[in-house]
Design a protein around this ligand. Sequence first.
Ligand SMILES: C=CC1=C(C)c2cc3[nH]c(cc4nc(cc5[nH]c(cc1n2)c(C)c5CCC(=O)O)C(CCC(=O)O)=C4C)c(C)c3C=C
Ligand SMILES: [Fe+2]
Ligand SMILES: [Fe+2]
Length: 342
Amino acid sequence: MKGILLVNLGSPRSTAVNDVKEYLDEFLMDERVIDYRWIFRALLVQGVILKTRPAKSAEAYKTVWTDEGSPLVVITEKIRKKLQKIVDVPVEIGMRYAQPSIEAGIQKLVDQGVSEIVLFPLYPQYAMSTTETVIEKAEEVRKKKFPKVKINYIQPFYNRDIYINCLAESIKEKLPENFDALQFSYHGVPERHLYKTDPSKTCKIDDANCINSQVDTHNAYCYRHQCYKTTEAVIAKMGLSKEKTIVSFQSRLGKDKWIEPYTDETLETIPKKGVKNLAIVCPAFVSDCLETLEEISVEGKEQFEHGGGENFHYIPCLNDEDRWIDVVKILCEEKLNDFYLV
Ligand SMILES: C=CC1=C(C)c2cc3[nH]c(cc4nc(cc5[nH]c(cc1n2)c(C)c5CCC(=O)O)C(CCC(=O)O)=C4C)c(C)c3C=C
Ligand SMILES: [Fe+2]
Ligand SMILES: [Fe+2]
């Protein structure tokens, strides 16, 4: 029997400082997130970051938390429920970090008689810290606990027409009548991660070709390339000009160089260049979360206004919109059918 596991990033179990600390410990000790040798990672995470960040992050989580829990987990569960209504195999969720874990999700499917799973990492773009770590973790769990279970993984879908159409329509519907620019703010990653996922090791970060060229052997797994390609395809679909579009990267952590331009700096400076009315969307996230509801909608708005901006319009993620659920269904069904081919 077949089943579907939707995997998202995960959130702390509550906004208590200790729960946020436990979550950040698991998240940041992932070698695909902070990719230093174990000893240096432990020194940085446990010796520095976990001393102060949990209290600060707990305060931020409190501002977005709902009666049902973390927005990210609540929305992922809503996606599951809606998908379950339109497919005829069991659907469960699993989080890469914290609860409900990937292992718990697989266990729930196995308990319903499932032995072939389509696992959907809910990230449009590939990165070590997104798709790669989800597959790595799921394979570890599968080999250790469920060796008889087969898993088919859904690949990044940033360039799939069905997804681009869905995102373009969703943005179009929510755009204000008057806006000077539409900003696409993606979660950032350290520049180093782009080199690490380049199989040919030839990426020149400053070379615009990396962003603009079609997919080739060097950028096939390049997160930044995929973010720019997402933007390019969406604005083409919307009929929006490049001149009215801004791409930037948010949520930096630590002292390393992250991919540029940075969202916070961009928000402060664009009003002086004439962008007084801004619409902003975050297409690295399929569901709203701390990074969109607090970092962009609250902090980002303040940065924009501080820079002289007048109207800041945040465009929500796809969340549980019906048209997105239809895309999830199609992507899952493609992989469900793959099992027949092996
Ligand atoms: C969407 C893709 C994501 C990438 C790429 C990513 C990389 C990445 N993240 C951190 C550090 C943090 N991220 C945090 C929150 C967070 N990150 C993503 C997604 C991506 N991260 C999401 C969806 C969320 C929100 C989770 C939620 O519960 O709503 C946090 C925790 C919050 C905080 O303390 O600010 C950290 C820390 C790194 C280092 C990294 C790159 C490798
Ligand atoms: Fe993150
Ligand atoms: Fe490159």
